[in-house]
Design a protein around this ligand. Structure first.
Ligand SMILES: NC(=O)c1ccc[n+]([C@@H]2O[C@H](COP(=O)([O-])OP(=O)(O)OC[C@H]3O[C@@H](n4cnc5c(N)ncnc54)[C@H](O)[C@@H]3O)[C@@H](O)[C@H]2O)c1
Length: 262
């Protein structure tokens, strides 16, 4: 899959959490290639800095743990200082947790819900004053995206806490879409199925010993018959963030090769 250059986000400023690797990195690269100024907000300082350096003009990095309110506010302020505003917030940071629900201790419950749901709420709150200004200033308005998961709209066993948090994102998207429509801010989620990233062994637990076999078995569950790649999620995010999606809000878009259709 090529990474064409274009102007679909020319003049727009995007802040992408978890932008240093995986799906977030693919989205950073895609948005940047389409003319956006991109702030990478991540706890992985080394990868984040190196990606920003590699992309050059129009990309910057800020250290940010999105579960921390003050760090979110600082990341938004750094974005405004660097690029002069904020038009697109992509709440992408998060991560899977597979394990028994019944025996999970408080620390585990709070950590998984914290990183997958509370963090995106806190970052959204931090960004809203800037996004409201963008919503007023541009006819195309502002956009908030969330990386939920296919597990935000359906379930599989052994991922209950993660699944509950990712469903929570979809509920938040629907509510905020209604609340923020008058402010010209669109709110949408992408719901990727298991995708070819470094996280693959965590999403296919118990199969990590033979990843080729795990891939083959997983691919067999996808009607289109191929493994999704990060660029597929990035392309969906690009569409939802761009003015081409100006009539779309409150949507939870599966990026799943047809799994939800069955
Ligand atoms: N990879 C998949 O198959 C898949 C499928 C569905 C949904 N998702 C979701 O996509 C998102 C990205 O996952 P990925 O697979 O690209 O993982 P990844 O580990 O490759 O990337 C996640 C990034 O988030 C950063 N991060 C982690 N905790 C953070 C925090 N508290 N604050 C800021 N940054 C933080 C990490 O440093 C990393 O750079 C997650 O929300 C994940 O739940 C992934």
């Amino acid at each position: 899959m090529t990474d064409p250059k274009g102007t679909r986000l020319a003049g727009r400023v995007a802040l992408i959490t978890g932008g240093a690797s995986g799906l977030g990195e693919a989205t950073v690269r895609r948005f940047h290639a389409e003319g956006a100024w991109v702030m990478i907000a991540d706890i992985d300082v080394q990868r984040g800095r190196s990606l920003a350096r590699h992309l050059g003009d129009g990309a910057a990095f800020v250290t940010c743990d999105h579960t921390d309110r003050a760090q979110n506010e600082a990341a938004v302020a750094a974005t405004e200082a660097e690029f002069g505003g904020l038009d697109i917030l992509h709440n992408n940071a998060g991560g899977p947790f597979a394990g028994a629900f019944e025996t999970a201790d408080d620390q585990t419950l709070e950590r998984v819900v914290g990183v997958n749901l509370l963090g995106v709420m806190k970052m959204t709150q931090a960004a809203l004053p800037s996004l409201r200004r963008a919503g007023e200033a541009r006819p195309g308005g502002a956009a908030i995206l969330f990386t939920s998961s296919l597990q935000g709209i359906k379930a599989r066993p052994n991922f209950s806490i993660y699944t509950a948090a990712k469903h929570g994102i979809v509920g938040l998207v629907r509510s905020l879409a209604l609340e923020l429509a008058p402010a010209n801010i669109r709110v949408n989620a992408i719901c990727p199925t298991v995708t070819e990233t470094a996280m693959l062994p965590k999403f296919l637990p118990g199969m990590a010993a033979d990843m080729d076999e795990a891939r083959r078995r997983f691919r067999a569950t996808i009607p289109l018959g191929r493994m999704p790649e990060p660029i597929d999620t990035a392309n969906a995010a690009l569409f939802l963030a761009s003015d081409e999606a100006r009539m779309l809000t409150g949507v939870a878009l599966p990026v799943d090769g047809g799994q939800m259709a069955g």
